[in-house]
Design a protein around this ligand. Structure first.
Ligand SMILES: [Zn+2]
Ligand SMILES: [Zn+2]
Length: 835
């Protein structure tokens, strides 16, 4: 757009045009004021309400992931929620009855840890009820903060469908799902080694173990006695007390003679049998390794395979449990130092060397994970691996590479899912045990929710042995047990009514790439066990956000931006544009302030174009398509059709960046730079009415269509612009129908119009290269082109002359292979003659 037109737009007054319009665009675009005004408007009119009784429209259900109420809503969360909202808004305009709930995954470690940190207590310092109350209160505060951020961002969730997993009405369903899975044989209680966080004193699932590189020391220790000994290297001498065997490689000649013998463990003296196994790496340390119960997963396998005894190495809070007053009760690291000193003193430590290890740590507190066996509840997930893999292959994954992540994960799991946790703020496991025969007693479904930690048992006595002493389970459920049934809960389960079948499985499962292994996996495996089918149809996966320094955004890196801060600076619609345009769906995207500024600039442009259109159109805005349209008009309308086609396809395939780029390009270039410049002269007073009508019609069509196409991504400005055309408006642009494009595009108008506009643009450049201002009059324009274009130019002579402010146009015919035309790829040569 030329500077002069920009100025004209900026200065254009709306005086006299506001009649009948209840809202006028201010001269300056102020995102904060505009956005809050429209959010209030939507809330007042309940625009995003899901109507369960409306069966005239097809249902589109979204199983929004319920976030942990941490109080923070950063731009990474914003990316996730923007994707969901783009789809929700698009589907509403496509005529769907959109079900877009928002919930909160309240239970779990993060909240307990926060309460412990905030109030400087440990979970066991208080009675459980009191601790739970503190967790609930803090959770409520965090929810309020995050809800506010989601609203600021313009997320169109239906708050009438809000749920919290800590509410008795919700965890009652978690308990019901537990009972159903128990009855169908998918759950069992057993004493198997599991990953354990000694800091948080709870079992954790494999998905919650994060591997980190850490530096350690390899200690070479002498086992056995003077006449028969063997040297073993280990990073964990503190586990010596739980050493139950020694493993060597079958082909390792050094150890051939000791296989099958028993050898004494240093310091503690127990006898360890030497076994040979292919899994031993003969190049690691001395080639002989100690088997401890339990140092790692290999130890777990070997203990079972060779029927070795189990010696409990550590207590649940990570202290040595050996019955030796020198070491009992020491923390693992302290025990290591003391044992190493002892080995050294007795000459049993032959050497040490530094080593880099890949250590499994707790995802929440980064404490190295231990492996501890105690009674736990498990879900038989391994039995379902084949089904999970089959179904994962059949579902729609956006982008498709995310599918493999789930399949690889499911196939890599070699332990069942441990669903019990030794925590407090969580859904209680609804079982009691007979103190005599250890039978498991489950309550009636009608009595749910229950809390066996304090409630009376459901019956008076054990149904099996008649014992009257029953003990309530004190363990609780993994938080994923709460949040992996959300899709069914939204659909009204356990009531499997007609609505259930409309809402389940969910049409859309949106989440980040980082939780495909957890969230998407648990959802699928639970649903297959409970309902025999997957809980979702399409998975929409977003990538992670990188900070301005190029690293993944993380609080500890100092590159973390909260959504509210960005919205305050540039407005929600600009932040939403970054989410759409930042990268292809599913890939990591960088956070860049200049991209947000670019988004804001685009909005200002659209604002100004709208103001110009409003200032130059008379009320009421004409709706009927004029019978005569010039080439430029036909070009604009055909290009608009092309835009609708492109943007619709992009939304159907979840390619938000493609959609936004097309809309921005059209607005900026086709509408503002090309069309407005070429028709400006028609809007001046004294022009023919038919020209004026056609121009007004086209401008209105373009602006209205743009705001409909842009509505899913920039809901606020789209509403502001849309409301200007109130005479025929429904309540909101978000209740409008999505524009449909004509089946056949008018390619001829697109091609010919482009030729004409390129010629005008070229002539303008010629003009300025001669030092002439764009507004100055010129005498003559000489166009040389091929014969086929001559007629076209003749027909549009007036547009050319008026746009370029020229008195005459001379047309010269050039043969197709002319050198002159060859120089210009556009197919014409233009010469400007000044006055
Ligand atoms: Zn931990
Ligand atoms: Zn019993």
């Amino acid at each position: 757009m030329s500077r002069s037109l920009t100025r004209e737009i900026e200065n254009s007054s709306q005086a006299g045009l506001g009649t009948g319009r209840n809202y006028v665009l201010d001269k300056n675009f102020d995102p904060a004021a505009e956005e809050s005004k429209w959010r209030e408007y939507w809330r007042e009119h309940d625009i995003y309400h899901f109507d369960p009784l409306d069966k005239s429209r097809k249902t589109y259900s979204i199983d929004t992931p319920p976030p942990y109420p941490s109080g923070d809503f950063h731009v990474g969360n914003a990316l996730n929620w923007c994707y969901i909202d783009f789809v929700a808004r698009y589907k509403r305009m496509k005529g769907f009855n959109v079900h877009f709930p928002q919930g909160w995954d309240c239970h779990g470690l993060p909240t307990e840890v926060r309460v412990e940190q905030t109030f400087k207590i440990r979970k066991n310092d208080l009675p459980p009820e009191q601790f739970v109350e503190m967790c609930r209160k803090l959770t409520g505060e965090y929810i309020a903060k995050m809800k506010q951020s989601m609203n600021l961002l313009g997320i169109s969730s239906d708050w009438a469908l809000e749920y919290k997993t800590m509410d008795p009405s919700y965890y009652k369903l978690t308990q019901l799902s537990f009972i159903e899975l128990f009855k169908s044989g998918h759950l069992y209680r057993g004493e198997h080694p599991v990953n354990w966080c000694p800091r948080d004193e709870t079992a954790i699932a494999e998905a919650e173990v994060v591997y980190q590189e850490r530096k350690g020391t390899l200690h070479y220790m002498r086992f056995g006695h003077a006449n028969e000994h063997i040297e073993i290297a280990s990073t964990r001498p503190e586990l010596l007390s739980a050493c139950v065997g020694i493993a060597v490689h079958p082909k390792d000649e050094k150890y051939k003679l000791v296989v099958g013998k028993t050898i004494a463990v240093p310091i503690f003296g127990q006898q360890a049998r030497v076994i040979s196994d292919d899994e031993v790496d003969p190049r690691y340390g001395t080639g002989a390794v100690m088997i401890c119960t339990f140092g790692d997963k290999t130890d777990v396998r070997w203990q079972a395979k060779y029927h070795l005894p189990v010696i409990k190495a550590l207590t649940e809070n990570g202290r040595l449990s050996v019955d030796d007053p020198r070491f009992k009760g020491l923390k693992a690291e302290e025990a290591r130092r003391k044992i190493v000193a002892e080995l050294q003193a007795s000459g049993l430590l032959t050497k040490t060397e530094p080593i880099t290890q890949n250590i499994g740590t707790c995802w929440r507190c980064q404490t190295p994970v231990e492996i501890i066996a105690r009674p736990q509840w498990f879900m038989k997930t391994r039995d379902l691996t084949q089904k999970v893999v089959e179904w994962a292959g059949k579902l729609d994954w956006i982008p498709s590479f995310s599918k493999q992540r789930l399949i690889d994960w499911a196939e890599s799991l070699d332990w069942d899912w441990v669903v019990s946790r030794q925590r407090i703020f969580a859904t209680p496991i609804p079982v009691w045990y007979c103190t005599k025969c250890e039978s498991t007693i489950i309550p009636n479904e009608e009595s749910l929710p229950v809390d066996p930690r304090k409630d009376k048992s459901p019956g008076e006595e054990c149904p099996r042995c008649g014992n009257r002493e029953l003990r309530g389970e004190t363990d609780v459920l993994d938080t994923w047990m709460d949040s992996s049934i959300t899709a069914a809960v939204h659909a009204g389960w356990p009531n499997k009514s007609e609505l259930f079948n409309r809402l389940f499985p969910a049409d859309l499962q949106p989440n980040g790439l980082d939780i495909v292994r957890t969230w998407d996996y648990y959802l699928l495996v639970r649903s297959l066990a409970l309902f025999g089918r997957p809980p979702y149809k399409t998975l929409l996966i977003n990538g992670m956000v990188k900070g301005t320094d190029g690293r993944m955004m993380h609080k500890s890196y100092g590159n973390y931006v909260v959504a509210d801060e960005a919205i305050k600076k540039v407005g929600a619609d600009a932040l939403r544009q970054w989410a759409a345009a930042g990268g292809s769906t599913g890939y990591d995207i960088p956070f860049r302030w200049n991209e947000l500024e670019h988004g804001k600039k685009f909005l200002t442009k659209l604002w100004n174009v709208t103001r110009f259109v409003l200032a130059n159109t008379t009320e009421p805005l004409r709706l009927k398509k004029p019978s005569t349209l010039s080439l430029i008009d036909r070009w604009l309308l055909a290009s608009l059709q092309e835009l609708i086609q492109k943007v619709s396809e992009a939304f159907e395939t979840f390619q938000f960046n493609t959609a936004l780029e097309a809309i921005r390009n059209f607005t900026w270039h086709a509408l503002a730079d090309d069309y407005l410049e070429a028709v400006k002269h028609r809007l001046q007073t004294g022009r023919e009415l038919s020209d004026l009508t056609a121009t007004q019609y086209c401008l209105r069509e373009a602006v209205l269509t743009i705001c409909k196409l842009l509505a899913p991504i920039c809901p606020h400005i789209s509403e502001a612009v849309y409301q200007q055309f109130q005479s025929e408006a429904t309540k909101s642009v978000h209740l409008e129908s999505w524009p449909e494009h004509e089946k056949a595009l008018d390619d001829t108008s697109i091609r010919n119009g482009r030729f004409l506009l390129d010629l005008i643009a070229h002539a303008r450049r010629e003009k300025s290269s001669k030092g002439l201002s764009l507004g100055s009059n010129i005498k003559r324009i000489i166009v040389s082109t091929e014969a086929e274009h001559l007629h076209l130019l003749k027909e549009n002579e007036e547009t050319i002359l008026r746009t370029l402010k020229a008195d005459y146009m001379d047309l010269e015919r050039l043969p197709l292979n002319s050198n002159q035309v060859g120089e210009s790829s556009a197919g014409f040569v233009v010469e400007i003659i000044a006055k």
